[in-house]
Design a protein around this ligand. Structure first.
Ligand code: APR
Ligand code: PHB
Length: 390
């Protein structure tokens, strides 16, 4: 089999890139390890920057998002028994974010791909990438017991943090930057109305909490937890009791609880690989970087990587110029590092750090106090939260 661009991974990065390429007349094949149902079963983030929304529109996958997504012009930060609103729109000249689950984004992109007739191979085992340092790269995988080889011009490594693409690059050609945080997030999804109209990020003595949502009838809540804990130790009742303990009394009183649809613990990590291009192999999305979820940037960075990579590929195939592809790694990394900085800062601002000590706690309190007393500080948060320009 032969194609122009072989895409490894059918997460948001791979599906978005594939859809844009198909619409631009550039042939591509997606090779994914799991089934579509498995990919859709992973509950992840839910906040989209306007740039990401525009790309989903460009990919022909934005209709349901516009009908069902919730436009948010602000977020709240609860601290010291009070809720403080950060007016994202007023502070950014009218920008906003859209709350719409990554699962729904993925579903819409899968549907658009199915309708386009572009080729996808799900349940591809043992995918491996070869020859990307030369002119004729290939992807090998097994499917239904048979080994296949896919010849291509370029390979897009959209296979997430644990994927095969980054791991196929010689160690001497890549540099990794990493920070692992000493806690995780315990998430719970429930068919209950959200406790507030906007997201509430909470810092409490007992730890961080986040009140988020997927729709007007479905909520997503998170609690900072120890990495030694297991979900089995968190029956729903205990989760709700702990969440209420971290909310101010008025908000806690308004919380509607219910049975969980999903519950999981995720570690928090910052990670960047440099560079993101190795000959004819490009890394995009979680394959190249991870942010802690506090800044809601994971999915949005996947979209901006795809923006730069797609533009580079179009320039190459339409005009025979390599400038965009040559600049991909540098352009993507400049935006990635700013989102890494913001996500790290939000994480430092809003969590209890076991090793911070009294000095660290006072600095954190001063940072929050400064934020709520300074329009300039709030504007810096707001412009990063709604998303820096591409
Ligand atoms: N072969 C084929 N497919 C693979 C392989 C492999 N060896 N390894 C991983 N994959 C697939 C995974 O099964 C997954 O479906 O690649 C896909 C990667 O998807 P994501 O992990 O969702 O990564 P990405 O598309 O970059 O999306 C980034 O997802 O993790 C969140 O916070 C992150 O929101 C961000 C978004
Ligand atoms: C979510 O709804 O899952 C969510 C929202 C905002 C974040 C992180 C996760 O910062």
């Amino acid at each position: 089999m032969r194609t122009q661009v072989a895409i490894i991974g059918a997460g948001p990065s791979g599906l978005l890139l594939g859809q844009l390429l198909t619409r631009a007349g550039i042939d591509n094949v997606i090779v994914e390890r799991h089934t579509p149902a498995y990919v859709l079963g992973r509950i992840r983030a839910g906040v989209l920057e306007q740039g990401a929304v525009a790309m989903l529109d460009e990919a022909g996958a934005g209709a349901r998002l516009h009908a069902e997504g919730l436009v948010h012009g602000g977020i709240e930060i609860a601290w010291g028994g009070r809720r403080h609103r950060v007016d994202l729109s007023a502070l950014t000249g009218g920008h906003h974010v859209v709350v719409y689950g990554q699962t729904e984004v993925t579903k819409d992109l899968m549907e658009a791909r199915r309708a386009s007739g572009a080729r996808s191979v799900y349940e591809a085992e043992d995918a491996s990438v070869h020859g990307f340092d030369g002119d004729r790269p290939t992807v090998r995988y097994r499917h239904a017991g048979t080994t296949h080889e896919l010849e291509c011009d370029y390979i897009a490594g959209c296979d997430g943090f644990h994927g095969v693409c980054r791991q196929s690059v010689p160690a001497s050609a890549i540099r990794n930057f990493e920070r692992v945080y000493p806690f995780g997030w315990l998430g719970l999804l429930s068919d209950t109305p959200p406790v507030a109209d906007e997201l509430i990020y909470v810092l409490h003595e007992r730890g961080f909490a986040l009140c988020s949502m997927r729709s007007r009838t479905r909520s997503r809540y998170y609690l900072q937890c120890s990495l030694a804990e297991h979900v089995e130790q968190w029956p729903d009742e205990r989760f709700w009791t702990e969440l209420k303990a971290r909310l101010d009394p008025a908000t806690a009183a308004g919380l509607v609880t219910g049975a969980s649809l999903e519950k999981s613990i995720a570690p928090l990590r910052s990670f960047v690989a440099e560079p993101l291009r190795f000959g004819r192999l490009f890394l995009a999305g979680d394959a190249g970087h991870i942010v802690p979820p506090t800044g809601a940037k994971g999915l949005n960075l996947a979209a901006s990587d795809v923006r730069y990579l797609f533009d580079g590929l179009v320039e190459h195939y339409r005009h025979g110029r390599s400038g965009g592809l040559d600049a991909y790694s540098e352009r993507a990394l400049r935006r990635i590092w700013k989102a890494e900085r913001f996500s790290w800062w939000m994480t430092m601002l809003l969590h209890r750090f076991p090793d911070h000590g009294p000095f660290g706690e006072r600095i954190q309190q001063a940072e929050l106090d400064y934020l709520f007393s300074s329009k300039a500080a709030q504007a810096a948060l707001a412009e990063n939260y709604v998303g820096l320009p591409y």
